[in-house]
Design a protein around this ligand. Structure first.
Ligand code: NAP
Length: 247
């Protein structure tokens, strides 16, 4: 197992892509802190599932968009497991609308969760990560952060911001052998994409060279690779996992 002895934190780890990442990291031997905001039952079920694999897990409620709540999340993780090696910033929201009609609160809410939330968690995690050997930061952006997307000025701005932020962390932490990378999913089957109409889904499928939506495990596998010793020489990169949509 390539992550034996490592401690990982996955934000928004109870459902969707985050759930799959948490499970995959655990399957590879990591102890996992599963952060959730509202999905308490799902988080506790996932803890049980991970424990049934013989691994350790804990569910921690925290709103990562809040600086103090993010601090409590990191403190609780380190207190519980004694260290922190891998941080996966997966939590994210959408609140779509054309710029013409987008409300200020809509913009602020998405930036505060999807961009400032990543800052909040990384800022508080930086000291424990510096104490760990070969630590990893993996931030989940989006194809919308690379190409923009109609109706997602707030989301695209936040996800593009995550890329610049992560490249900076890669430079700042390189001397400590901490890597920082971005995974940019295309369209993955989760709650976030279930809300799209069949018309929009068909249009998207038409544009994807591999002609299929991704599944959460497609993201979890690359995250696990980046988190493992096999990913040790990769830093500051954006890895697209999108069936070719960004070509
Ligand atoms: P999802 O099923 O809607 O799950 C979103 C997750 O974020 C939930 O676990 C939610 O926690 C958590 N979350 C939201 N706000 C939070 C906050 N303030 N504090 C803590 N947790 C918070 O979405 P998903 O599709 O799995 O997306 C996961 C990540 O991938 C997101 O960053 C998203 O932008 C990105 N992404 C997804 C796609 C896609 O096609 N699905 C494509 C590109 C990028 P609770 O449920 O506990 O509230």
């Amino acid at each position: 197992m390539i992550l034996e002895g490592k401690v990982a934190l996955v934000t928004g780890g109870a459902v969707g892509i985050g759930r799959s990442i948490a499970l995959e990291l655990a399957k590879e031997g990591a102890s996992v802190a599963i952060n959730y905001r509202s999905s308490a039952n799902e988080a506790l079920e996932l803890v049980k599932e991970i424990e049934s694999l013989g691994r350790k897990a804990v569910a921690i409620q925290a709103d990562i968009s809040n600086f103090d709540s993010a601090k409590a999340l990191i403190d609780e993780t380190v207190n519980y497991f004694g260290s922190l090696n891998i941080v996966v910033n997966n939590a994210g929201i959408t609140d779509d609308g054309l710029l013409l009609r987008m409300k200020e609160e809509q913009f602020d809410r998405v930036i505060t969760t999807n961009l400032k939330g990543v800052f909040n968690v990384c800022r508080h995690a930086s000291r424990p990560l510096m104490k760990a050997e070969d630590a990893r930061i993996i931030n989940i952006s989006s194809i919308s952060g690379l190409k923009g997307n109609i109706g997602q000025a707030n989301y695209s701005a936040a996800k593009a911001g995550v890329i610049g932020f992560t490249k900076t962390l890669a430079r700042e932490f390189a001397s400590r052998q901490i890597t920082a990378n971005v995974v940019a999913p295309g369209f993955i089957q989760t709650k976030m994409t279930d809300v799209l109409s069949d018309d929009i889904k068909n249009q998207i499928l038409n544009d994807i060279p591999l002609k299929t939506l991704g599944i959460p495990e497609d993201i979890a596998h690359i995250v696990t690779f980046l988190a493992s010793p096999k990913g040790k020489y990769i830093t500051g990169q954006v890895i697209s996992v999108d069936g070719g949509l960004s070509i």
